[in-house]
Design a protein around this ligand. Structure first.
Ligand SMILES: Cc1ncc(COP(=O)(O)O)c(C=O)c1O
Length: 444
């Protein structure tokens, strides 16, 4: 029966249900907490950064002068209250106030080694990076054009690029080469070229190459030579290069090279993305940034869609205050984040080594790309669901969740991304449950 008052065909096209989405919902509805919900599910699938909660809490308490008895902000003096309330209640700047953009430019000038200084006019702000990617792709492409991404790729990048924009995603399958190292440049570009030709032949010419550096889900950084070669390739082909650098400061050691640091910059076809959900652990404040030297793209994005992704004054105010103490940010916060990431990654690696689980050694981010095919193979031909999803079900039954390859457009069966940025109790509990889940599979 035809339903009256139904949704649009284009919304229905993207609203498909999947077993993985269902499993994610089960996990979200019953999140483990050592005290409040010890029987809940330990989520080692989502990339989040709770490692710096102590510093964030200390700052929040100081900024809002929380009354320890009431657990809510102590009253502000009347004069301050007036200014604060009027700013907070009004519409905020849609793509970032000059003060916010200057704060972002300062941070990146200090930590991304840009070859050309970033000015606040080069910065666009939005309510989270996902929304900004959607707006940027809207601004750079027309319907039926394509965005090219190497795989494995964080599927949300594919989703937010395509949804509402009517563009296609062309994937360059580079899973069997070491796409991060200079020795792979020829193979990488040859694969890009074939994917571009294929998309062209299908009537969906590629307009943008989108990279993620540091990479999600592999956790590696591209060699500067690789980024330079991709940039040259984009120039020759007349393509935009969008680089998502949201994990930039979570790279350990000197492994990260921002696209902004390349000698070829500034150039009109490169747009770098950054955000506060990862390095800063502020995924709830919802802010994302783009840095571009292309005035025409910046103005068009702002005028066309900038007002659709406005964010709260309170988020902006909080972030600006947090960033204002440069000595704390540069000499305490960032080094501590890296030390903690290395420590927790070491624990995860110890576990993987003990259970002979192959992994790609990561140099950045909060996760490791691991190979559980020894266990997924057990499920082959046993059910209508893929072996990877069956293994996830087994894990969820044991109270732990790890993200399977399906979330990363990966053809390599049995690959999973395991997140390790958790407090010690949660991580130990999660790994213990994973050990039990895998142990049970071995006895099938
Ligand atoms: C590579 C990458 N880009 C963007 C995002 C989304 O960022 P935001 O929370 O700012 O929307 C994520 C979140 O997991 C991510 O991993």
């Amino acid at each position: 029966m035809t339903r009256l008052f139904g949704p649009s065909k284009r919304a229905l096209k993207y609203s498909g249900h999947s077993s993985l989405a269902d499993l994610n919902d089960i996990v979200d509805a019953d999140i483990y907490d050592p005290e409040a919900n010890p029987d809940g599910i330990v989520n080692l699938g989502t990339t989040m950064n709770p490692l710096m909660l102590d510093m964030l809490t200390e700052f929040t308490e100081k900024k809002y002068r929380l009354d320890p008895k009431l657990g809510r902000p102590a009253p502000l003096p009347l004069s301050k209250k007036r200014t604060y309330t009027s700013s907070a209640n009004n519409y905020n700047f849609s793509t970032g106030s000059p003060k916010l953009r200057t704060t972002v430019a300062d941070l990146l000038n200090r930590h991304f080694s840009p070859s050309h200084p970033i000015d606040q006019r080069n910065v666009v702000c939005s309510n989270g990076l996902n929304g900004l990617i959607n707006s940027l792709i809207y601004t750079l492409t027309d319907e039926n054009e394509s965005v090219l991404m190497p795989t494995p790729a964080y599927s949300m990048l594919v989703d937010v690029s395509r949804k509402r924009n009517g563009v296609k995603c062309a994937v360059a399958d580079v899973e069997d080469i070491d796409q991060f190292s200079a020795s792979a440049i020829d193979d990488l570009l040859a694969t890009f070229s074939s994917a571009i030709e294929e998309a062209q032949a299908q009537g969906n010419p590629v307009k943008v190459i989108m990279m993620c550096n540091p990479h999600n889900p592999v956790g590696r950084c591209y060699d500067a030579e690789v980024m330079r070669a991709i940039l040259r390739f984009c120039h020759q082909r007349g393509l935009h290069l969008v680089v998502d650098e949201i994990y930039a400061l979570s790279a350990f050691g000197e492994t990260f090279n921002s696209a902004l640091s390349l000698d070829e910059m500034p150039t009109d076809n490169v747009h770098v993305l950054y955000g506060i959900s990862k390095d800063w652990g502020f995924s709830g404040l919802r802010m994302g940034f783009m840095i571009s030297y292309n005035e025409h793209v910046i103005t068009t994005l702002k005028q066309a869609v900038g007002r659709l992704t406005r964010f709260s004054y309170l988020s902006e105010d909080f972030f600006i205050s947090f960033m204002s103490d440069h000595a704390f940010i540069d000499e305490v916060y960032i080094p501590t984040l890296r030390q903690r990431l290395i420590a927790t990654r070491t624990k995860a690696i110890r576990f993987l080594t003990a259970y002979k689980i192959p992994y790609i050694p990561s140099t950045a981010g909060y996760y490791l790309w691991i190979d559980l095919s020894r266990w997924t193979n057990v499920f082959k031909g046993r059910d209508s669901e893929t072996p990877d999803i069956q293994l996830v079900r087994q894990m969820v039954k044991h109270g732990v969740f790890v993200q399977p390859n399906k979330a990363f457009i990966s053809k390599e069966k049995g690959r999973f991304r395991i997140g390790f940025s958790r407090d010690t109790v949660t991580l130990n509990e999660g790994l213990d449950r994973l050990r039990r889940a895998l142990g049970e599979v071995e006895s099938i």
